[in-house]
Design a binder for this molecule. Structure first.
Ligand SMILES: Nc1ncnc2c1ncn2[C@@H]1O[C@H](COP(=O)(O)OP(=O)(O)O)[C@@H](O)[C@H]1O
Ligand SMILES: [Mg+2]
Length: 465
């Protein structure tokens, strides 16, 4: 190993330890975080060959197989359901189809699950920020059914309830309503999974989405009517879940109806001085994507991965840049981040990819880098344990080695921009770069991106004091 790499290992080890200690010390300073909008139930089932074959036979094997190569992209019958599952297995592809039919929904519920987990970005982040970081967290739950409420861990996690016009905060379990179960049925299969003559080339999952609420970014009345009073209770807000928006809906409404409501809530957050982060997720519809870029102007911060940044460059950059970003070419990513900042004026852009993170900010301070390091520990802890429950699991991630593949990138950035300890002073902007910790055989990768972005955003705010 190069002598300079040994030094880098030592340097980053020290930076990681310091960042962990500093950040955990200051997290209690955060008065409150608001998380909106998507929360749901993830029902995970590990597919069983015999059970699946029997069910396919019951529905009619020929009918199901006929649909495998004619994907309907939605589920309105049992034939389509099983064709979707088999197609996902056949190609080893992650797929998510919306379940339109109530009888199919009843069938899915009857079929059952092996595990239930809180789902949706807001829901996942609530269990992290409230449950692990112990930060008072207000979460938007489109529906507060009993099954879902019980998936929130204990801790300062709240839903707002208005009683005689007075705002009260309750743990979801203390505010259960007879409302709908918003279930995302996740059918997982391992590589090599065999069913009939189909064999999975890789592990993956098929999701049958039986959730009308998050699909439309439904907002509860409390949030529509009393948003200001909820927002007054927090320092920070993290918004997510807008990626599902469609251009038009059958009832004549459009995505703009949702976005205008979100915008008025952002105006309130901005008037109150609440810093807001938008967690991007791949947004299939280009018209919606373009409007999301315009809306970034109202946010303080945005978090995205290489696929998402590339998809924005197709709109505000060019195809070459988009392609380079997609391959996480570090100089292209930096150009793209600058372009996105020029275009939107947003103060902070946090890019995450496999192996490194970067944050471009319109302010400076080592705190930005330290928050990224803390986030990388949280991500590695999550990958190691599958689910984070205790701060100590994040500390354990200190023992995972730092990604040495990022070291040549560090050398290149030091040479090109005079980066020091992961920080580049760009006069009116600062760029922070951190090599992350990669867990070789992760227990689960669901929700790691949300863990990374929310940890860094909240951590940075606490560190900046
Ligand atoms: N094995 C792993 N160890 C550590 N971090 C990982 C591992 N696998 C993935 N990650 C991190 O998780 C991030 C996933 O975020 P993202 O692509 O936004 O997906 P999602 O939002 O669905 O979780 C990657 O960018 C990478 O930084
Ligand atoms: Mg993500």
């Amino acid at each position: 190993m190069k002598e300079s790499y040994k030094e880098m290992i030592r340097l980053w080890k020290r930076l990681y330890v310091d960042a962990f200690e500093r950040t955990t010390n200051v997290l209690p300073k955060v008065r409150g975080v608001l998380l909106a909008y998507n929360t749901n139930i993830d029902a995970i089932k590990y597919l069983d060959k015999e059970d699946l074959e029997k069910r396919v036979e019951e529905v009619g094997r020929e009918n199901v197989f006929e649909f495998i190569e004619k994907p309907s992209e939605k589920v309105s019958s049992l034939e389509e359901l099983f064709a979707g599952i088999l197609r996902s297995i056949k190609y080893g592809k992650a797929m998510e189809w919306f379940v339109e039919n109530n009888e199919v929904r009843a069938y899915l519920k009857e079929w059952g699950w092996d595990e239930l987990r809180i789902g949706g970005q807001a829901g996942i982040m609530a269990n992290l920020l409230g449950g692990v970081y112990n930060i008072p967290t207000i979460v938007h739950v489109p529906q507060n059914s009993e099954i879902q409420a019980k998936l929130f861990v204990d801790g300062p996690i709240y839903v707002p309830v208005f009683e005689n016009g007075e705002l009260k905060l309750f743990h979801p379990k203390e505010a259960i309503e007879r409302e709908e179960d918003l279930i995302h049925y996740i059918y997982e299969f391992p590589r090599g999974f065999k069913v009939f003559d189909i064999e999975a080339p890789r592990e993956n999952r098929f999701i049958a989405n039986a959730d009308d609420y998050n699909a439309r970014v439904y907002m509860r009345q409390e949030f529509r009517e009393h948003f200001k009073r909820i927002a007054e209770r927090v320092d920070l807000a993290v918004i997510s879940g807008l990626q599902v928006l469609k251009e038009y809906y059958p009832d004549g409404t459009t995505y703009k109806d949702v976005l205008s409501r979100v915008e008025s809530q952002l105006n309130i957050l901005n008037r109150l001085g609440v810093k807001s982060h938008f967690e991007f997720a791949y947004t299939a519809n280009e018209v919606v994507r373009e409007d999301l870029i315009s809306m970034l102007t109202k946010f303080t911060s945005v978090g995205l991965n290489e696929v998402e940044l590339a998809s924005l460059m197709q709109i505000i950059g060019d195809d070459t840049l988009a392609q380079e970003v997609l391959h996480a070419d570090v100089f292209a990513v930096i150009d793209a981040m600058h372009l996105l900042m020029d275009e939107t004026g947003i103060e902070r852009i946090h890019f995450h990819t496999y192996g490194y993170y970067m944050a471009l900010t319109q302010y400076s301070g080592d705190e930005v880098r330290d928050a990224l390091l803390f986030a990388a520990l949280a991500a590695a802890g999550k990958a190691m344990y599958g689910n984070l429950e205790k701060m100590i699991q994040i500390r354990d991630a200190l023992s995972v080695s730092t990604n040495e593949r990022a070291f040549p990138l560090i050398e290149a950035l030091e040479k090109e921009f005079g980066m020091e300890d992961g920080v580049i002073d760009m006069t009116d902007r600062q760029l922070a770069f951190v090599p992350t910790k990669i867990v070789a055989s992760p227990k689960s990768t669901v929700g790691i991106g949300d863990t990374i972005s929310s940890s860094a955003f909240v951590g940075e705010f606490a560190l900046m004091g």
